[in-house]
Ligand binder design. Structure first.
Ligand code: O7M
Length: 260
């Protein structure tokens, strides 16, 4: 359902850009005003909005962030909570349920905790509430190699294999709505794409501020780009969002990718 909703939003907006509305540390009132202003200015170039704990901590979930979610919905944008859920199942279930109850359409979770008593309860609550789950596969920062890039022994096959390949296979097996792979590693996007074969969408953060290139990431197989500072810190956020949207959209069309 979430996957189809993302496809619908992308086709309608002609955009595969997800705005990461990360505004740093400031007074809650200022953060709220800025968030709404940037959202109003950029929404026509976006398919979705992503928030993380940078927003939830100062604004609160039900009394603050919900206002931003409502605004996003009014502007016909889907909302993703980048919670990187990473605890035992019982706690994970409660975290996911709170975010879904607040109105988020999807949550992001870490596959390091595994399925049983790990992410299974998150997928169950997502199914019950008709929402999405996106899993991390290879993060965008340099230290990602120390975890996601380790060569490990697959517990099922006993073969030595990169951790992120196992996570890509799990994303498929768990029927996740998306897999996160850093735009800073187009070759990893290509490898993960070869595993997922378009059955699980690739969400790619790291364009611009972290050194990734929009065209290279989409050409390698990224379906959606998650962009923060390049847009929110630009002198003209709308113009910047439009520029990146144009590049990403042309690259997606050039790849012949049909968004379901
Ligand atoms: O464009 P930026 O670098 O300002 O912001 C990128 C956003 O993507 C920011 O919200 C990060 O928390 C997030 N992100 C990464 O930068 N790298 C990752 O590997 C994963 C994420 C993310 O969104 O996880 C789901």
């Amino acid at each position: 359902m979430f996957r189809q909703e993302m496809g619908r939003s992308t086709r309608k907006k002609k955009s595969n850009i997800i705005l990461a509305l990360d505004l740093g540390v400031d007074r809650p009132q200022k953060l709220m005003t800025r968030s709404l202003r940037i959202l109003n200015a950029t929404h026509e170039y976006l398919c979705a909005l992503k928030l993380n704990r940078q927003a939830v901590l100062p604004l609160g979930l039900f009394d603050g962030v919900q206002k931003i979610i409502s605004k996003a919905k009014e502007l016909d944008l889907l909302t993703i909570m980048d919670a990187k859920i990473n605890d035992v199942g019982n706690t994970n279930r409660a975290i996911a349920e709170y975010y879904y109850k607040a109105g988020f359409d999807a949550v992001i979770a870490s596959p390091f905790v595994g399925w049983t008593e790990g992410l299974q309860p998150v997928f169950e609550v997502a199914q019950m509430m008709n929402r999405g789950v996106i899993v991390l596969v290879y993060m965008s920062h340099k230290g990602a190699v120390e975890g996601y890039g380790q060569i490990v022994q697959d517990t099922a096959t006993r073969q030595l294999i990169p951790q992120y390949t196992i996570f890509a296979e799990k994303a498929l097996k768990w029927n996740a709505d998306g897999a996160v792979v850093g735009a800073t590693y187009p070759e990893k996007i290509r490898e993960v794409h070869a595993v997922l074969k378009g059955k699980v969408s690739i969400y790619s953060p790291g364009v611009g501020a972290q050194g990734g290139d929009a065209e290279a990431a989409v050409k390698a197989g990224a379906d959606y780009l998650i962009i923060g500072r390049s847009i929110v810190e630009a002198e003209d956020p709308a113009k910047k969002a439009e520029q990146i949207r144009d590049i990403a959209w042309q690259s997606l069309k050039g790849r012949g990718r049909k968004i379901e």
